[in-house]
Design a protein around this ligand. Structure first.
Ligand SMILES: [Zn+2]
Length: 457
């Protein structure tokens, strides 16, 4: 299979518009780490891909944490002394401190002010603030709006509930020939924020959709979870199957116009780290590879020392590094259709490399086989040999059972897709044979093959 070929056969502008439309459909929903917002979001994702929705009760212990109370909100406002709603949750769900406890009171401005959050440096933007683990209430508003509030008594209402319920997450599992897995994880817990949360889950949904139609080597598990507590909960509930995760990627902040950043896994030299670096290197645009650090998104949990999974994080602009981050300016205009499409393309290329990175054996290893008589060499009238012929020579030379195609691509400097095509052609010509991933298939208790043990040691 080649996802990239399927992708390149379509109009990227149209793909970008579809992605952006999907993000726009999800944008107005007031999401949080629990509650009906994330349920609604998962229901919409579930219309596109096979999604299992799971509910974990409040109070369930998950490692050093426990599943929090469920939060839901109907309405919230601040009414000025003249009775006008000056802050209205219906206008923007960012106006409420996410996880605010219910309140309905009248108070002077001086008493209200400690509950108001603004960004003085960006006086027109509403900040996004949360108080998940400390019961509190508050409002977020533009600094300009706050400065315009006159002294007097304000009616404050947050019509929310914080009570025993569930933490909800979604899982899309696509079985492949092997029970070893590629995990794609994204957080789905932010309210109306586009780049931080919606870009990742939009691209993940479309990637899963395109994989649904493929014959897959690996099995794929897409997780749509609340940040931090969702990943911790998922890991706590899935400790038995974690050993099947061979590669993983956290997707976030991939809709803005910034260049790509890939943050390596804690292992630092995992196959996914090399695959992401290779794809970005040959992608043409500038990019940056970041070393692992124990802060960021859910790779923090997947890469905690008890798991140390090979999970990296793909972003465009890095969280926290752009002024729009966690503000109302991270909106649908901040993510661009062509950037979303390009991010989906890069993810497709990463999947292609993971799927195709197998080892082969040269069946004619003593001296070069005569490519000319097999129509695999340059035409008689050509002076130089092209990249595709170099690729055939590299594949033949390094296919001694030790090197996988990515090793060959890296050493030759030739893009993986060209190396892979060369390998497929040489196989058809009877000069090469694939070394099968021979043991993982079937019972869910596969152990790494002898060949893999050699490679990993
Ligand atoms: Zn965030």
């Amino acid at each position: 299979m080649s996802l990239l070929k399927g992708f390149d056969g379509r109009d990227p502008a149209r793909i970008g518009q579809e992605l952006h439309r999907f993000a726009a459909e999800l944008f107005p929903i007031c999401r949080s780490i629990t509650g009906n917002g994330i349920r609604q979001t998962l229901a919409i994702i579930g219309r596109r891909i096979p999604l299992k929705i799971l509910e974990v009760p409040t109070g369930t212990p998950v490692f050093d944490w426990s599943v929090p109370k469920e939060w839901n909100i109907q309405d919230a406002y601040i009414k000025a002394p003249n009775g006008r709603r000056v802050i209205d949750f219906q206008a923007s769900n960012l106006h409420v401190l996410n996880y605010s406890t219910p309140v309905h009171a009248t108070m002077p401005l001086s008493e209200l002010k400690p509950h108001l959050h603004t960004i003085p440096e960006h006086p027109d933007w509403i900040p996004y603030r949360t108080s998940y683990y400390k019961e509190d209430w508050g409002f977020c508003l533009s600094h300009r709006e706050m400065l315009s509030l006159q002294d007097g008594d304000y009616e404050v209402c947050i019509d929310s509930t914080l009570e025993n319920g569930h933490l909800t997450y979604g899982e899309c599992y696509l079985p492949g020939r092997s029970n070893e897995e590629v995990m794609i994880s994204c957080h789905a817990c932010h309210p109306s924020l586009a780049n931080d949360n919606l870009s990742g889950l939009t691209v993940a949904t479309f990637l899963a959709d395109s994989l649904c139609r493929c014959d897959l080597r690996y099995s794929y598990r897409f997780l749509f979870i609340p940040g931090t507590i969702g990943a911790i909960t998922w890991l706590a509930r899935n400790q038995e199957m974690i050993r099947h995760i061979r590669h993983g990627l956290v997707l976030t902040c991939i809709g803005d116009k910034g260049r790509f950043h890939y943050k390596k896994s804690r292992q630092g030299d995992a196959e996914i780290d090399r695959v992401a670096a290779h794809v970005l290197k040959h992608d043409g645009d500038s990019h940056e590879i970041l070393e692992f650090s124990p802060y960021g998104y859910d790779e923090r949990q997947y890469c905690s020392p008890g798991f140390n999974l090979a999970v990296g994080c793909l972003m465009r602009s890095v969280w926290g590094s752009f002024p729009e981050y966690h503000t109302s300016a991270d909106n649908l205009a901040f993510i661009q259709p062509e950037r979303l499409a390009d991010s989906l393309r890069v993810c497709s290329a990463i999947v292609d490399v993971l799927e195709g990175n197998q080892r082969y054996r040269n069946l004619n290893p003593c001296c070069e086989p005569q490519l000319g008589r097999r129509n695999l060499y340059r035409p008689v009238n050509a002076d130089a040999i092209g990249e595709e012929i170099h690729a055939r020579l590299w594949v033949l030379n390094l296919s001694d059972g030790e090197n996988a195609l990515l090793d060959i691509a890296e050493r030759s400097g030739i893009p993986f897709s060209v190396i892979r095509e060369a390998a497929q052609l040489l196989c058809q010509s009877g000069l090469l044979s694939v070394i099968q991933d021979n043991v993982w298939i079937g019972n869910g208790r596969g152990v790494a093959s002898k060949e893999h043990k050699v490679k990993q040691s």
